[in-house]
Design a protein around this ligand. Structure first.
Ligand code: FAD
Length: 465
C-alpha cells in the first residue's frame, strides 16, 4: 500500500499527527506494535496515573477533610483492586475513543512492529508472524520512550518495579521506597502515600522535582511532610537494590556514608529514555545522539529529509502535549504550511495534591541568564475561594522583567494549578505584561484570582496580602 504519510507509534505524538494529516487531506497509515492505541500516555502514563491520583485523592480527602466539611463517613477502606479496575476501565474508554477517531478520519491502522527497509518502505511484523510492507512519501517516527533503569538494579517487576508496574499493584505497599523524587516519583509516591504506604524517597539531587523553581519544590516538600511524613534521602546515590523475597533492600551513599533501607517494594523512577529499538535507523544512516534521534530545530526532519521524528524520541521535555504539538507541526509542514512551536512556553505539571504547574523561566534560570526580574508571590491562604473550599496550601509565583514588566515565568503550587497555568501560557504567548493581567477582570471567587494577585504583588499592590 502507498501512503502520503506513515507514522510509527500511536502515542499522543503519533495519533495526533495522523489526525492532523488526515484533516489536511493526506492518506495516512499509523503503525502500533501494541494491541491498543494511545502509547505510553494512555496505557501506562498520563491517563492511568491521573486515574489513580484522582481515586486516591477522593480517599485521602474523605479520610482527612470530610469531617471538617460536616460530612460523616464512618470507617473508610481503600479497595486497591477496584481502584485498579476503574483505572483500567478509564484506559479502555479512551483506547476506544482513539480507535473511533482513527476510523472517523479514515486512517489505516496497522498492528505490528515497524522497521525501516529504506527511506520510503517500512516492514511491519505482525504478531502472527506474518509481514507486510507499506510505502510512504513521508514517515514520522513517534516511538516514544521507556523507563530508564540503573544497570545494577534488577527490575524484577514484582518487588523492584518501574512506573508501569506501579500502576497495577494488587496490594497497597506498607513501605514503598521510591528511587527518584522527580515528577513521576512524587506522583506515584503520592498515590500510595494517600492509601497509607510509608514512602521513602531516595534522590540524587538536593531537592524534589529538581528541575522546577526551588520555591515550589520547597512548598511541595512542606505539604507532603505535613500530609504523609515521608522519609527523604536527598543527595543520595543508590548503589545496590536487592529483592529479598518478601522485602527489598536498597543501599545508598552520601558523602562516603552508606545506608541500607528496607521496604516491601522499590519503585525506580529515575527518568525515561528514548525508544528506537528495532527501527533499523542504521539502514538510513540516522545516527543517534545520546539515544535521541537528531532533528532540525524548526522542521523536525531527521538527516533524511522525508523522515521526521517527534515526541519523547527527540530532544526536549518528555511530555504528551509537547509530542502532540510536534505531530501537528510535522503534518502541517508536510502540507506546505509554516507552523512553529514556542518551546519556552510548554507548560509542565505535577499532579500531586496540591498540583504544581509551571511555564517559562524559573528564578534560578533568570539569575543564570542575568535578567533583572521582580517577584510577585500570592499565597492561596489569602484567597477567598481557597479558604471556602479548605484548600489553602500553596502559592502563585510570578516572575516579571523588572524593566519591561513582561511576565517571564509563572510557577504555581495549589489546587487546580494544572488548569490555572493555561491562562499564563496564553497570556505569555501574547507576551503579556503583569499590568495586562492586572487589568483583566477575573471572576470572584475563583482560584484564577490568585494569578492576578500575584501579578499585582510584582508591584507591591496585591489587594489581599
Ligand atoms: P509514546 O506515548 O511513548 O508512544 C510511542 C508508541 O510507539 C508506543 O505505543 C509504542 O508501542 C510504539 N512503538 C515503539 N516502537 C514501535 C515500532 N517499532 N513499531 C510500532 N510501534 C512502535 N506527560 C504529560 O504531558 N503529562 C502527564 O501527566 C504525564 N504523566 C506521565 C506519567 C507516567 C507514569 C509516565 C510514564 C509518563 C507520563 N507522561 C506525562 C509522559 C508522556 O506519557 C510521554 O511524554 C508521551 O507519551 C510521549 O508521547 P510519544 O507519542 O512521543 O510516545
Amino acid at each position: 500500500m502507498q501512503y502520503k504519510i506513515a507514522i510509527i507509534g500511536s502515542g499522543p505524538g503519533g495519533y495526533v499527527t495522523a489526525i492532523r494529516a488526515a484533516q489536511l487531506g493526506m492518506s495516512v497509515a499509523l503503525i502500533e506494535k501494541y494491541e491498543t492505541l494511545g502509547g505510553t500516555c494512555l496505557n501506562v502514563g498520563c491517563i492511568p496515573s491521573k486515574a489513580l491520583l484522582d481515586s486516591t485523592e477522593h480517599f485521602f480527602k474523605a479520610t482527612k477533610d470530610f469531617a471538617e466539611h460536616g460530612i460523616k463517613t464512618g470507617t473508610l477502606e481503600a479497595d486497591i483492586k477496584q481502584i485498579i479496575n476503574r483505572k483500567n476501565n478509564v484506559i479502555k474508554k479512551i483506547n476506544d475513543g482513539v480507535s473511533y477517531l482513527m476510523k472517523k478520519n479514515k486512517i489505516t491502522v496497522y498492528n505490528g512492529t515497524a522497521s525501516f527497509i529504506d527511506k520510503n518502505n517500512i516492514k511491519i511484523s505482525i504478531a502472527d508472524d506474518s509481514e507486510e510492507t507499506i510505502t510512504a512519501d513521508n514517515i514520522v517516527v513517534a516511538t516514544g520512550s521507556k523507563p530508564s533503569i540503573l544497570p545494577f538494579v534488577p527490575i524484577d517487576k514484582t518487588r523492584v518495579i518501574t512506573s508501569t508496574e506501579a500502576l497495577s499493584l494488587s496490594e497497597i505497599p506498607k513501605n514503598l521506597i521510591v528511587i527518584g523524587a522527580g515528577v513521576i516519583g512524587v506522583e506515584l509516591g503520592s498515590v500510595y502515600a494517600r492509601l497509607g504506604s510509608k514512602i521513602t524517597f531516595v534522590e540524587f539531587a538536593d531537592t524534589m522535582i529538581s528541575t522546577m523553581d526551588k520555591t515550589i519544590a520547597k512548598e511541595l516538600q512542606k505539604v507532603m511532610t505535613k500530609d504523609f511524613s515521608p522519609n527523604y534521602y536527598f543527595n543520595h546515590k543508590v548503589t545496590k537494590v536487592e529483592n529479598l523475597g518478601n522485602e527489598v533492600s536498597v543501599t545508598a551513599e552520601s558523602n562516603g556514608q552508606s545506608i541500607e533501607l528496607k521496604g516491601d517494594y522499590c519503585l525506580v523512577c529515575i527518568g525515561r529514555k528514548p525508544y528506537t529499538e528495532g527501527l533499523n535507523l542504521e539502514a538510513l544512516g540516522i545516527v543517534l545522539d545520546k539515544g535521541k534521534i537528531p532533528v532540525d530545530e524548526n522542521t523536525l526532519q531527521t538527516s533524511v529529509p522525508n523522515i521526521y521524528a517527534i515526541g519523547d524520541v527527540i530532544r526536549g521535555a518528555m511530555l504528551a502535549h509537547k509530542a502532540s504539538e510536534e505531530g501537528i507541526l510535522v503534518a502541517e509542514i508536510i502540507a506546505g504550511q509554516k507552523p512553529h512551536i514556542n518551546y519556552n512556553l510548554i507548560p509542565s505539571v505535577v499532579y500531586t495534591f496540591p498540583e504544581i504547574a509551571s511555564v517559562g523561566l524559573t528564578e534560578e534560570q533568570l539569575k543564570e541568564k542575568g535578567i533583572a526580574y521582580k517577584i510577585g508571590n500570592f499565597p492561596f491562604s489569602a484567597l477567598g475561594r481557597a479558604v471556602a473550599s479548605g484548600d489553602t496550601n500553596g502559592l502563585v509565583k510570578v516572575l516579571a522583567n523588572s524593566t519591561t514588566d513582561e511576565v517571564l515565568g509563572v510557577h504555581i503550587i495549589g489546587t487546580r494549578a494544572a488548569d490555572l497555568i493555561a491562562e499564563a501560557v496564553s497570556a505569555m504567548e501574547f507576551r503579556t505584561s503583569a499590568e495586562d493581567i492586572i487589568r483583566t477582570s477575573h471572576a470572584h471567587p475563583t482560584y484564577a484570582e490568585a494569578f492576578r494577585e500575584a501579578c499585582m504583588a510584582t508591584d507591591n499592590r496585591a489587594i489581599h496580602i
